[in-house]
Design a protein around this ligand. Sequence first.
Ligand code: GLA
Length: 377
Amino acid sequence: MKEAFRRIFGADPDGVWAAPGRVNLIGEHTDYNDGFALPIAIPHTTLLAVRRRRDGRLRLHSAQGDGPLIDLDVASLVPGVVTTWGAYPAGVVWALREAGHRIGGADLHVDSTVPTGAGLSSSAALECAVAFAYNDLFELGLSAPALALVAQRAENGFAGVPCGVMDQMASACCTAGTALHLDIRAAAHEHVPFAPEAQGLRLLVIDTRVKHDLGDGAYAALRAGCERAARRLGLAALRDLAPAELPRAGRMLPADLVPLVRHIVTENARVAEAVSHLRAGRIAALGPILTAGHASLRDDYRISCAESDLVVDTALDAGALGARMTGGGFGGSVIVLVEEDRADALAAAVTGAFRSAGYRAPHLFAVSPAPGARRIE
Ligand code: GLA
């Protein structure tokens, strides 16, 4: 990173930061409903070398981007001026300035192993790396959760994506060997032990390598649907609806909102169930919870797709303990919990099923919970 930085900017960086991508074990689309989620950070990481500048310029370079250096003026950053990948780092700088922090310009070089468009939160990783670097270099004294909120503000207000805060919290706050139990309303998080290898298990990530366009507007529409349902029920958020109240709520809501509400309420309950199993060290017991979560996203929330369903069905046929799509939906990645000695056969079965269906070969890899964002140099 240092060498690349020197080549691009002709000077040494002040430091190097790292921030990971994530997969969510359970608790999907619950974050913007004030609910619960259980992500882990993955070993795939965004690295960022940074040098402060005194002239208010923000210059951005990416090892993955093929474009030229992006050169911006910090004082005139406004939403809409950057529409490429540069919107994420520039958005963080904008969000910090908006929040009243005394920050300036910098040279940034990014290199990432987090696949983009795979539902593994490459944008949150980039945002968090920048937020952590700025926090250190400009001595802002912000906590990791506060930096996650800055990163989310960048995505909502600058990049224009109305996401919740799960991805940024995962990238900012996860620790190795644990899953992050998030309670969004309480702004609380807790690290729960999660080491599948120690129990002879593997957590596989299977990137379907499809991203259906539908996803873009659909996320905002789903979020709006949940908020409408909460208003109709007289609740601050769907987090406030207990499973026992679902039948009564169903009678008060228009038919199209009922399955959305059912997903959120049952999904929050699945997070609680999963956390109690993990606390007791019963990782295999997550399997059926994952699979039930997938059925709920497929049938009630309706954000799965043929490719993700094929992975889940094939994995279960090949003996997986459980499988589900993870992340925002409409493609992206599936997670599979499987006994170690079945993992290879399962991977071959999924690859074979994709070939037979005429789909592009999926990317498969095992993950274990990795550390969150930090300074590494
Ligand atoms: C995306 C968003 C998150 C969350 C998930 C679904 O990853 O960025 O905030 O809503 O979708 O759980």
